[in-house]
Design a protein around this ligand. Sequence first.
Ligand SMILES: [Zn+2]
Length: 187
Amino acid sequence: MYPRFRHTIALVALLSSASLLHAHEAHVHGVGKLDVVLDGQALSLHLDSPLVNLVGFEHAANSAKDKAAVQAMTRTLRGTGTGAVFVASPSAECKLSGVKLESAALDPALLGEPAAAKPAAQAGHDGHADLDADFTFRCAHPERLQKIEVRLFDTFKGFNSIDVQLVTGKRQGAAKLTPAANSIAVP
Ligand SMILES: [Zn+2]
């Protein structure tokens, strides 16, 4: 069991360093960041994006129009709207098992999350806000996973590019996705 244990530690270390790097990168409208990790049957995607890319604004959703925009985004990202935003190779049989959405600007209830014990901290808000989204899939045949199509560009008009970091048991890599090149190749 020792080699397996060591492998898990290495993945955790890679993930932590990737998250730290991202935390210090600028908030650039039109640009999203996506961390993809395949560990056994578990496929995890973490999207970090300026909120404007998804709903067209970054302030609290006060008007009925704003709330409707956030609710439409929530349905799409949770897979209950029209079409999936991440489409894995069908033969890998990956099923979405969990979604977590968070934004400092938005009420958790609008994002389909349980109400927070304390209201989200609004202090220090500089007029910009991000959406942090975690997607978890379970793949029956992870060895057959060859690509993941990212349909965020079609669904949300605010994305110009998405910087991807990929970690699998075999390797790690990086890619820049655009509307014309929206698939992640999985080695
Ligand atoms: Zn912004």
